[in-house]
Each structure stands twice: as structure tokens, then as C-alpha cells.
Design a protein around this ligand. Structure first.
Ligand code: NAG
Ligand code: NAG
Ligand code: NAG
Ligand code: NAG
Ligand code: NAG
Ligand code: NAG
Ligand code: CU
Length: 592
């Protein structure tokens, strides 16, 4: 506060960067967040882990104590690790794993970044067992904020939003599985099919299993069944948890879903009555939510009965605000949203529905007005304006929705370099084996044991077939042309950078470079106001082009955020002026 006053009085930039120290103690436990016990992992005895917060420019230091039985690393998703590529927490790329009983301290600056991020394990798929938590960086005073657009210049309301920005209400949604991920992975390999079947979403670590009739599921999933039939020629079915039998997609129609222990195939859906998250409005005219999809399987459609949602910020960048009834929250992405909370009474459902073909599943959290905490929210539920069904289908085609493509940065200066790039790298996303997902044009993928090998940041012997040596030098403009040849969409995450999504469609890009596309008059290019992201979904059988400025020497993972796809190989390592960084890597990182 004093800092802001000083700034106001003296009009001087008097940032005083602070060192913020955290301890993350990883342990395992048996818990039943949605009513079914399983082994899971905790950070400081909680799930999701504690909030790591800072003011823009502060340095964060997080000491990780691995008291699990498995090796781990922690990746700070979206944090660029400017000048500290060895702190990126990618095993086999930026460090060796932290083995059981060891500890490792991640130290990095937040200079030049604000907004919502998250941290998670990057070893195998252990983040899906609970090793994940939020990072929030309060924007510097001079950041351009879009609040006036939302409030139409009402200074009081703008002041409310500005005050809420200091500590937005956490809303962390994630898919949750019945089995620990090592067990799922084992079955996936054995049976050659990704079960893609969750036991429901959790919101802030809470949720319950709700069962629906076969008719309700089939009606909400009609579009999925039709798509599946169009792709495979097979008339599929849903199980009692809304999981679609997708074995035909994997060319493996005899698959025994019961043996896979896909939750609704092996046993009929069983309702639980564990707590769901309740948000209390407490009389404020506005609420601000920090929505993070911390899952490893599905994107989610979110809506709040009877309420508009203003999307303000995506992946740490303020956007031109959009007022919607339903928003898409992709895996790994973050959304700061404002919700006008000007009702008087009652409890409204906040709905989360799966976006992919694989499952019809919905979780609910509550938005509660003037209700004592002792009253069960469902007793006072207001059902007047429901915008989506359990399949995420809009209940009226008139409803405005938020889709990623529409997220133009609010600050017009956040604009990509125009013209040709110095480096163009092409990727082909494909499924090349039963549960093998490739990323390189050659069909090569990341091999499972790479995570245990000498990190590519400093390894002398770079023999991995997923390593991109494109001669990128600092200052280059780099284009990643990503053609997705398979019907599954992939939320792709580039480490160490934020990129512009300068082209996207549901067909292939069709040009060898952006320069050729400009010359050819491509209709999918947007160099004017494209989304600025660190994670973005490559659509089914379509393409995306990411453009970024090489300003961060290192070895950077570029991977799909779907756990089974990453474990199946969908990860490349892009070298960026690596020779320059090698002499600067601290001995304490190479040998800890
Ligand atoms: C981590 O938690 C375990 C179990 O509660 C405890 O024994 C240990 O001392 C903690 N370690 C640190 C570094 O806090
Ligand atoms: C401005 O916003 C405040 C806070 O939400 C509200 O109480 C007030 O009625 C608004 N004023 C107008 C003119 O809409
Ligand atoms: C739902 O109905 C379909 C069509 O009758 C059937 O094939 C499927 O097995 C049913 N699912 C469950 C869980 O009963
Ligand atoms: C409302 O009040 C409760 C109880 O004090 C608190 O836990 C909660 O965070 C408040 N909600 C908001 C949105 O501030
Ligand atoms: C994708 O993988 C399949 C299966 O290995 C292969 O037949 C096909 O040629 C691949 N497609 C491309 C574009 O590489
Ligand atoms: C591809 O996108 C176009 C334009 O947005 C749309 O009309 C078409 O239906 C889409 N095709 C598929 C297969 O989704
Ligand atoms: Cu994927």
C-alpha cells in the first residue's frame, strides 16, 4: 500500500522487488475427495497446493521437499524463467528429477509477467495425483487494465474490480481419476487404449459423483455419438458415468473396459455426498474468479446459472473483455473473470462440463447469496436461467460464448512482429501407435526414459529424436507451424515463452512458411490482434501457427498437456542459443 501511495505522490517508479520464500512439502496420503479413497499426493498437507503469490517483479523461491516414493520435478506453468532455463522443472530437459528424500529449490523472477499461473509436477504424470497449485502475480501499477470497459466507466465499480484483483477468488477445476496415474498408465500400455474416463471434476479439491439416467446422458451426448460414428463407423455407447466406449477409435474394439477399470464400465455409477465447493457472495456487487484448469485430461465448459461472466485475462494477459454465458477453459490455461453478483437471494449452480467426445460429465459448485453456511445449498437452488446441459451443450443458440480464438490482448502494443520469421519449425501431431503420440514431422516422439537422461539443456550427447536444432539465435522471430493429423485435439504448451496464435483452422496450414502464406493471401492468418498465450489447443485435424520472439536462451519443452499424450511421447525440445547459456548454469543445478 505504501508503495502505491509513494508512486502516486512522487510519480516515480519505486518498485522494490521482494524475495518471496515458500516451502513445498510433498507427501502421499489416502483420501477420498469425491467419495472414493485412493492414494494421492499432497503439498503441505493440502490439495491443490498452497497459493504462491507475488507482486510483479518479485523473486519467488520455492524449496521442494520430496517425501514421496517417486521422483518428481516442479514446473511453473507459464512462468517464462527468463534467464533461468534450469529452473523450468522439466526432467531430462532442464534438470534431473528430485528423487525421494531429496530437495531442490526453484528460484526465479516474475519480472515482466502478471496474472495467473500454476505449478505442477512434470515427472511422468504425477501432477494428476495431486502435485499442483496456483501462482498469482499482482500486476504492476502501470499495467493497462480493461475494467472501465466492463463497468462502462462507473468509477465505483472499477474501484471494486481493482480491489478484487489483489486477491481474486480461487476457482481451480481439474479432472480426477479413480486410480493413481501410474496404474492408469500401466493399463493404458497393456490394453493399448487411453481410458479417457474420469471420476468427475473437482473444484478447489472438492466434488461429488452424481449419476444420471442413460436417457439423460445419451441426449446430452448425442453430438458425441454422431461424431464418433462419423469417424469410426461404429455405433458406440456410454457407460453409467457418461464415458464413451472409444475403443474403436484406437482400432481395438475388443477392449475390456471393465479390466481397464474405467470407472463407469467396471462398476455402475455410485452417487456420493461429499462436499461441493460453495462461494459466498457476502454482499459485493462483483466477484472476481481466478479460473485455472489444472486437469490432465479434459477441457471444460463453465457457466453460472443466471449470471454473466466477463472474461478479463487469459494466460497472464488482459484481453478485450468479453461478456459471455459460457466459457471454455482449456487444459493448463488460466482465466481471470469478473461476475456481476447483484442478486438478492438463493443459490446458483456453477457448472463444469467436459468438452471432449470421450465423456459426458458435469460437476457443480455453488454461488450463494445470503445463506447461512449451515444450510445445504441445494435446498435453495435457483434454476431459472440454466445455460448448459451436462454435456456442455448450450440450451439456446443465442447465448454468447467465450472461445480462445476471440481473446485479443487489451494492450494493442502486445502485437506480433509483422512479416517473415527468421526460423520456421514444422510439427506434425499424430497418433503413431496404440498409445503413442508423435510430434515431429518424422513421426518421432519423446521416449519415456528421456526424463531420466542427462538434461538436454547441457547434455553433450543430444541423441533424442525429439530435439529441434533449428539454429535459433536470440532476437529471432520463430514460427511453429503445427499440423494436427489426428482427430484428437491437443492443448499445446510452449515453455519459456508467450506466443501469438497467428493462424488457426480445422484444416492443415497448407504453406511452408508464414511468408508464403502472406504471399498466397491465406485467409486464416491474423497478425493484427491474435491471442497471446502459453497454452493453446491445436484443433482436431486442423492447424495452429505460434509466433514468438526468441529472447530466452535455453532448451525448452514443447508439449501436449494431456497426460496420456505426453506420456505417449507428445513432447519436443526446442534449443534456443543453448551454447550461450551452458557456461552460466549453476553447479548446484547440475549436481544437487
Ligand atoms: C514434511 O512433512 C512431513 C510429514 O508431515 C514431516 O515429517 C516433515 O518434517 C516435513 N518436512 C518439511 C521440510 O517441512
Ligand atoms: C456504479 O457501480 C456501483 C457499484 O457496483 C453501483 O452501486 C452503482 O449503482 C453504479 N452506478 C450506476 C450509475 O450504475
Ligand atoms: C445405455 O443405453 C444403450 C442403448 O440402449 C446401451 O447400449 C448402453 O449399454 C446403456 N448404458 C448403460 C450404462 O446402461
Ligand atoms: C465471504 O465470507 C466468507 C466468511 O468470512 C469468506 O470465507 C469468503 O472468502 C468470503 N467471500 C468472498 C468472495 O470474499
Ligand atoms: C500418422 O500415423 C499413422 C499411423 O502410424 C500413419 O499411417 C500416418 O501416415 C501418419 N500421418 C502422418 C501425416 O505422418
Ligand atoms: C471447419 O471450420 C469451418 C469454418 O469455421 C466450419 O464451417 C466447418 O463446419 C468446420 N468443419 C468441421 C469438420 O468442423
Ligand atoms: Cu494431446
Amino acid at each position: 500500500m505504501a508503495k502505491y501511495l509513494l508512486l502516486f505522490v512522487l510519480a516515480l517508479p519505486v518498485y522494490s522487488a521482494v524475495l518471496r520464500e515458500y516451502v513445498l512439502n510433498l507427501t502421499s496420503s489416502y483420501q477420498a475427495p469425491n467419495g472414493f479413497y485412493r492414494e494421492m499426493f499432497l503439498i503441505n498437507n493440502q490439495h491443490p497446493g498452497p497459493l504462491i503469490e507475488a507482486d510483479e517483479g518479485d523473486t519467488i523461491s520455492a524449496a521442494v521437499f520430496n517425501n514421496l516414493q517417486v521422483p518428481i520435478t516442479i514446473h511453473f506453468h507459464g512462468i517464462r524463467q527468463q534467464g533461468t532455463p534450469w529452473m523450468d522443472g522439466t526432467p531430462g530437459v532442464s534438470q534431473r528429477p528430485i528423487f525421494p528424500g531429496e530437495s531442490f529449490t526453484y528460484t526465479f523472477t516474475t519480472e515482466g509477467q502478471y496474472g495467473s499461473y500454476w505449478y505442477h509436477a512434470h515427472m511422468r504424470s504425477y501432477y494428476q495425483d495431486g502435485i499442483k497449485g496456483p501462482v498469482y502475480i499482482r500486476p504492476a501499477p502501470d499495467t493497462l487494465r480493461p475494467y472501465d470497459v466492463v463497468t462502462e466507466g462507473n468509477a465505483t465499480a472499477t474501484g471494486i474490480l481493482k480491489a478484487l484483483e489483489v486477491n481474486p477468488t480461487p476457482l481451480y477445476v481439474m479432472d480426477w481419476t479413480k486410480l493413481p496415474t501410474d496404474a492408469i498408465y500401466q493399463k493404458t500400455i497393456n490394453y493399448g487404449v487411453d481410458p479417457a474416463c474420469i471420476l468427475g471434476y473437482l473444484v478447489n479439491g472438492k466434488g461429488r459423483v452424481t449419476c444420471h439416467s442413460n436417457e439423460t446422458i445419451t441426449a446430452a451426448g448425442a453430438r458425441r455419438l454422431a461424431t464418433f460414428h462419423a469417424i469410426t463407423g461404429v455405433q458406440s455407447r456410454f457407460d453409467s458415468l457418461g464415458c464413451l466406449d472409444i475403443s474403436a477409435l484406437y482400432g481395438n474394439p475388443g477392449i475390456d473396459h471393465a479390466a481397464l477399470e474405467a470407472p463407469g464400465f467396471s462398476a455402475p455409477c455410485q452417487v456420493t455426498n461429499t462436499d461441493r465447493e460453495i462461494f459466498y457472495v457476502n454482499g459485493s456487487d462483483w466477484m472476481m474468479f481466478n479460473v485455472i484448469n489444472m486437469g490432465g485430461e479434459f477441457g471444460t465448459y463453465m457457466s453460472i446459472d443466471g449470471h454473466d461472466i466477463w472474461v478479463l485475462q487469459v494466460d497472464g494477459t488482459f484481453i478485450r473483455p468479453l461478456k459471455v454465458k459460457q466459457m471454455y477453459a482449456g487444459l493448463g490455461s488460466r482465466y481471470i473473470v469478473a461476475v456481476p453478483t447483484q442478486k438478492n437471494n438463493g443459490v446458483f449452480a456453477i457448472r463444469f462440463a467436459c468438452t471432449t467426445m470421450a465423456q459426458v460429465t458435469e460437476q457443480i459448485a455453488w454461488l450463494s447469496y445470503n445463506m447461512p453456511t449451515t444450510v445445504p445449498p441445494e435446498d435453495h437452488q435457483v434454476m431459472l436461467d440454466v445455460y448448459q446441459d451436462i454435456g456442455g451443450n448450450l440450451l439456446s443458440s443465442q447465448m454468447p460464448t467465450f472461445i480462445d480464438t476471440a481473446a485479443a490482448p487489451y494492450d494493442a502494443r502486445v502485437k506480433p512482429p509483422q512479416g517473415p520469421a527468421q526460423r520456421t519449425i514444422h510439427f506434425t501431431l499424430n497418433r503413431t501407435g496404440m498409445v503413442e503420440f508423435s510430434i515431429m514431422d518424422s513421426g518421432a516422439r519423446m521416449l519415456p526414459d528421456m526424463q531420466l537422461m542427462t538434461p538436454s539443456l547441457w547434455a553433450q550427447d543430444l541423441h533424442g529424436t525429439n530435439i529441434v536444432e533449428a539454429g535459433i539465435k536470440i532476437g529471432d522471430v520463430v514460427d511453429l507451424i503445427i499440423d494436427n493429423r489426428y482427430i484428437i485435439s491437443h492443448p499445446m504448451h510452449l515453455h519459456g515463452h508467450t506466443f501469438w496464435v497467428i493462424s488457426e483452422s480445422n484444416t492443415s496450414f497448407g504453406y511452408p512458411s508464414v511468408e508464403a502464406a502472406i504471399a498466397g493471401g491465406s485467409s486464416t492468418l491474423n497478425l493484427e490482434n491474435p491471442p497471446y498465450r502459453d497454452t493453446y489447443t491445436a484443433p482436431s485435424r486442423g492447424h495452429v501457427v505460434f509466433r514468438y520472439i526468441a529472447d530466452n536462451a535455453g532448451a525448452w519443452l514443447f508439449n501436449c498437456n494431456v497426460n496420456v499424450h505426453l506420456m505417449g511421447g507428445m513432447g519436443a525440445v526446442i534449443l534456443e542459443d543453448r551454447e550461450q547459456i551452458i557456461p552460466r548454469i549453476p553447479e548446484s543445478v547440475i549436481d544437487f
